[in-house]
Write a protein that binds this ligand. Structure first.
Ligand code: NDP
Ligand code: 2PC
Length: 254
């Protein structure tokens, strides 16, 4: 957000938290570096689990049960350079294990704005192709409460949903019906861009001591090598290898 925008919203900077707040209107801006400091996999997966429960309830107006309302996203094309997506959503009566007093019910009214510009990877320095901003509203009055950088949240959210799916569709089955052993597993990551990287981090952080080996494949080798280096530093006990093809990458993986 530039200086003019800050003045327009009458925002004041709090250098210690990296947030900007409007004392009159109580609008908070949370920038990307602050978002990165706040995110952790336990809370993020927990939030996605609650969101999926709310989404799966078809009731549109319960006083007590979780439910959600989501209209289809809109696509506004910027010629052939990229696209702006709007993603409004409302989730009601959901609980979060990560918040003290976990039976407390929360409601969130928000709209995420996402841009997708494929040329961003060619910039010097490169920036992510997919950028996000989240507007959070007071769900009783509709008044804007916060503007949150949504790029990192979007990346984490996507991987966290994969973790929820893995937890219920793979781990539960594996423990109950298959070998009952959640160690010695092999993880395959096909594509080492933003999503490949964050999926590797999500799986390895959320399921500690489960994986002994990670196989990576990416169309261009340098991105696979970069991720291998990062994972080696973070998880020295896990064997990280680069596969010669996507087929070899998934062969034998769990
Ligand atoms: N980033 C996000 O937060 C989210 C992304 N998504 C979706 O996930 C997908 C990946 O996005 P993201 O990770 O951000 O993108 P990135 O640009 O960071 O990564 C793209 C990946 O796809 C590979 N790739 C692209 N074209 C080809 C091709 N023709 N053949 C083989 N590999 C190819 C790239 O390889 P190379 O390195 O060689 O170019 C790279 O591994 C997209 O469909 C996106 O819409 C969905 C939700 C959120
Ligand atoms: O759902 C989402 O946030 C996105 N889908 C494609 C790019 C970002």
């Amino acid at each position: 957000m530039n200086i003019q925008d800050q003045k327009h919203l009458n925002l004041q900077s709090d250098k210690s938290t990296g947030s900007l707040s409007n004392q009159d209107d109580d609008v908070t801006f949370i920038k990307e570096s602050s978002v990165k400091n706040l995110l952790n996999w336990t809370d993020c997966v927990d939030a996605m689990e609650s969101a999926l429960v709310a989404i799966s309830n078809t009731s549109q107006n319960s006083e007590t049960e979780p439910f959600s309302s989501q209209t289809p996203r809109t696509f506004t094309f910027a010629g052939n350079k990229g696209v702006l997506l709007t993603m409004p959503g409302y989730a009601s009566n959901y609980t979060l294990n990560s918040v003290t007093g976990s039976d407390k019910k929360h409601s969130t009214l928000s709209c995420k704005l996402v841009t997708s510009f494929s040329g961003n990877s060619q910039l010097n320095p490169a920036i992510p192709g997919i950028l996000g901003t989240i507007l959070l509203f007071n769900s009783d009055t509709g008044k804007l409460k916060a503007i949150v950088d949504g790029t990192e949240i979007t990346a984490w959210r996507t991987a966290a949903v994969s973790v929820v799916a893995t937890k219920y569709l793979y781990c539960d089955l594996s423990l109950k019906n298959l070998d009952g052993n959640m160690t010695g597993k092999e993880l395959a990551i096909v594509g080492c861009g933003t999503q490949g990287r964050i999926h590797a981090l999500a799986m390895l952080n959320y399921f500690p001591n489960v994986f002994i080996k990670v196989k990576l494949w990416n169309r261009s080798l340098n991105r696979a090598e970069k991720l291998k280096k990062e994972l080696n530093a973070l998880f020295p006990e896990i064997i990280i290898v680069i596969a010669d093809s996507s087929i070899l990458c998934v062969a034998g993986a769990d």
